[in-house]
Design a protein around this ligand. Structure first.
Ligand SMILES: [Ca+2]
Length: 297
């Protein structure tokens, strides 16, 4: 079972969360070769080891039944949420976090009338579905289940919605997003400090990016060895440059905790400004590296 800190039920993606001294950190993983030098950080020994990848999904065919709406590629960046709307606005997926299900709604827009919402199905999912994200044609969805530590695919949402295969990911996945053609899903493992690339068709882990080593390399944590659970990636979003390549996009990941930038005063007067967030920019070809850089607080 994962270790769950006392604040693990606080959702940093919700505006209700307020922790003035814990500023956000953003991490980014760039799936391309253009910024490889920027990722080196000048310290070879401190760089996280690139994960092993076995295949290139860059030119893979889109998933799902594209004939349903014809959409094979998202028109926008992708990020999961408790709720997602299909590209054509006719399908809505809602994560029911407390009852371990996802509800699928069809939407019609009668002229001059309010939209009509019809629940097509409530699909039982793995436990604690934190985020859901729909594919370009809306026929599939991917669900990150925080308690069960899985990513589950939901299939045939347009016709006969059903739970599909699931894959074990890291501890407490809290975020999921898709590449523009939905050939891969990226999951933020909040407790492990990693992000994973999941093949959307085979539902297998293609690569794992360790953000812990990248965070240690900034020096913000002092002189310590990298280990799991130092970084806490929370939500994830993937760019969309509208070309046909999947492996030239960037993956941005929010980091839950800020890092100390100055000594805390005895009277605590600088408690709200003594920390700063970090963001990262990274890496390379068919290998994925991660790095953090300081962000202005
Ligand atoms: Ca692209």
């Amino acid at each position: 079972m994962p270790i769950r800190p006392s604040d693990s039920n606080v959702d940093a993606q919700d505006s209700s969360y307020s922790h003035s001294s814990a500023m956000r950190v953003a991490a980014a993983v760039v799936l391309g070769s253009a910024v490889a030098i920027a990722c080196s950080g000048g310290d070879e020994a401190a760089e996280p080891a690139p994960p092993t990848t076995t295949a290139d999904a860059g030119d893979a065919e889109p998933t799902g039944d594209a004939s349903v709406t014809g959409a094979t590629k998202l028109s926008r960046a992708s990020r999961g949420s408790a709720l997602d709307i299909s590209e054509d606005d006719t399908l809505i997926a809602v994560a029911n976090r407390d009852v371990d299900s996802v509800s699928i709604f069809g939407v019609e827009y009668p002229q001059g009338q309010p939209p009509v919402l019809t629940m097509k199905a409530e699909i039982k999912t793995c436990a604690e579905p934190q985020q859901v994200v729909l594919t370009p044609n809306g026929d599939r969805a991917f669900v990150a289940c925080r308690k069960d530590q899985k990513l589950m695919r939901l299939d045939s949402l347009r016709t006969a919605p059903v739970a599909g295969p699931a894959v074990a990911v890291g501890s407490e996945p809290t975020g999921v997003a898709l590449t523009p053609k939905a050939t891969a899903a990226w999951v933020a493992n909040w407790m492990d400090g990693t992000v994973m690339e999941i093949d959307a068709n085979t539902m297998t882990v293609k690569s794992t990016v360790d953000l812990n080593a990248a965070l240690v390399a900034t020096g913000a944590l002092g002189t310590i060895a990298a280990r799991p659970a130092l970084a806490h990636p929370r939500s994830v979003a993937i760019t969309n440059n509208k070309d046909d390549l999947e492996n030239d996009e960037s993956v941005f990941v929010t980091e839950f905790f800020g890092q100390q930038k100055e000594t805390l005063a005895a009277d605590g007067s600088n408690a709200d400004i003594a920390k700063q967030g970090h963001s990262s920019i990274c890496t390379a070809g068919k290998r994925y590296w991660a790095d953090f850089v300081a962000r202005a607080s």
